[in-house]
Write a protein that binds this ligand. Structure first.
Ligand code: FAD
Length: 381
């Protein structure tokens, strides 16, 4: 069925995303993996073509699209190519930058947004700590007032773009006695004294994403680094996590859909018992199930994206999209590996990498258990 949420403008934008990636990403995928990260040239090229500023106002150098479907198109084209590239770019465009756009002062916007749009500044979001990510309200990194400044101490872990980010939107405890109501978002620059990073973490998948620990040792910053108001950080995160979860959902479906299409081709080409392996009834029925599952998941995610574009999607809608799409993605990709036989277990095959890259989608952006907790609460439990 034709998808109903996109018009010609989105289609034209999709073509330009695909052309950009064919030139600036596809030929370099192996080097991105070897270097465990995206080179700055990739970010600068993406910025030059306007892909990084979808949410940034025109006066600060962005495209000010005002339509999340453009973000979704970009997320899909990136995910079709590679799940890790999609996560790195989406953390910047869909997740971190919007904090500054929505909550930043004029001075903060002037200082950071134009360079976020060009790719000179790469951003990250620092919520998770070594002691825990699901219980965000329990985070331990502190900012203590000292004269006109805040002194920040603590650490974050598993931070996407953490190794290369120039600016990290960081959740910090400012009022120890106030639990969730005592957290503030700070924008920390990588050049701030006392800011340091660990190595690029050695992950099971998503090798192209430079995921790092971050350390803050007596980082001194002024009020000009506070994003929004003191002690409202938890609310800001809760308001913005649904967009992060929708962005993940879009990528999850697009990623699995692409690899499934490649697997169907493989099932046509690969032969056993004098016929294509796809013609064997078990495999034919399995592929029929998998395409159906993907299309049904896509329909729900499309509906959620459209609702979000209209400002109508709830946190529960996003939680449903996130857990369901990640389960479908992982399930479909596991079958795709099986259909490739031994080749499916070889790193040089896209399907093997895709299978490993997908696993994290059930864990991050709020684990699937936390998604079900949110949905359950909405049911009144
Ligand atoms: C590759 C990668 C990239 C990431 N990128 C970022 C990033 O850019 N920024 C960032 O801030 N974080 C990032 N994360 C962190 C991610 O969001 C967390 O790993 C995730 O939220 C889970 O937190 P945790 O790892 O501390 O697990 P824990 O919170 O310790 O949870 C452990 C297990 O307990 C379960 N659990 C916890 N609470 C409940 C509950 N109430 N009910 C039922 N089960 C529960 C969880 O579902 C999980 O299965 C990333 C993680 C990875 C692996």
């Amino acid at each position: 069925m034709k998808r109903m949420i996109f018009d010609e403008d989105h289609d034209a934008f999709r073509d330009s995303c695909a052309a950009f990636l064919a030139k600036h990403a596809t030929p370099h995928l192996e080097s991105f993996i070897e270097n465990k990260g995206l080179p700055r040239e990739f970010w600068l090229a993406a910025g030059a073509e306007g892909f990084l500023g979808l949410e940034i106002p025109e006066e600060f150098g962005g495209a000010e699209a005002g339509d999340f479907r453009f973000n979704a198109v970009l997320d899909e084209e990136l995910a079709k190519l590679n799940a890790a590239i999609s996560s790195c770019v989406a953390i910047h465009t869909d997740i971190a930058v919007p904090y500054i756009v929505d909550l930043g002062t004029d001075e903060q916007k002037k200082r950071w947004l134009p360079r976020c749009a060009t790719g000179e500044i790469v951003t990250a979001i620092g919520m998770t700590e070594p002691s825990g990510g699901s219980d965000l309200a329990g985070l331990k990194t502190t900012a203590v007032r000292d004269g006109d400044e805040w002194v920040i101490n603590g650490s974050k872990t598993f931070i996407t773009n953490g190794f290369s980010a120039d600016l990290v939107l960081t959740a910090v405890r400012t009022s120890p006695e106030k639990g969730a109501k005592g957290i503030t978002m700070f924008a920390l620059e990588a050049t701030d004294e006392g800011f340091s990073r660990g190595r690029k973490l050695d992950k099971v998948g998503q090798a192209e994403a430079d995921t790092s620990e971050l350390f803050f040792e007596n980082v001194r910053v002024g009020d000009d680094r506070i994003i929004g108001e003191v002690d409202r950080g938890f609310i800001y995160m809760m308001e913005r996590l649904p967009q992060e979860r929708l962005s993940c959902s879009v990528s999850n479906v697009a990623h699995a859909k692409q690899i499934l299409a490649e697997t169907i081709q493989y099932a046509h080409d690969r032969r056993a018992f004098n016929q294509s392996i796809g013609s064997l009834q078990h495999n034919k029925f399995l592929l029929a199930e998998l395409v159906t599952r993907i299309e049904v998941a896509e329909a729900y995610v499309d509906k959620a994206v459209l609702a979000h574009t209209r400002g109508e999607a709830t946190a529960t809608d996003a939680a449903k999209a996130k857990w369901w799409s990640s389960e479908i993605q992982n399930d479909v990709l596991d079958h795709c590996v099986q259909l490739h036989g031994g080749y499916g277990f070889m790193n040089e095959y896209r399907v093997a990498r895709a299978w490993r890259d997908a696993r994290v989608s059930k864990i991050w952006a709020g684990s699937n258990e936390i998604m079900k907790e949110l949905i359950g609460r909405d049911l009144g439990f």
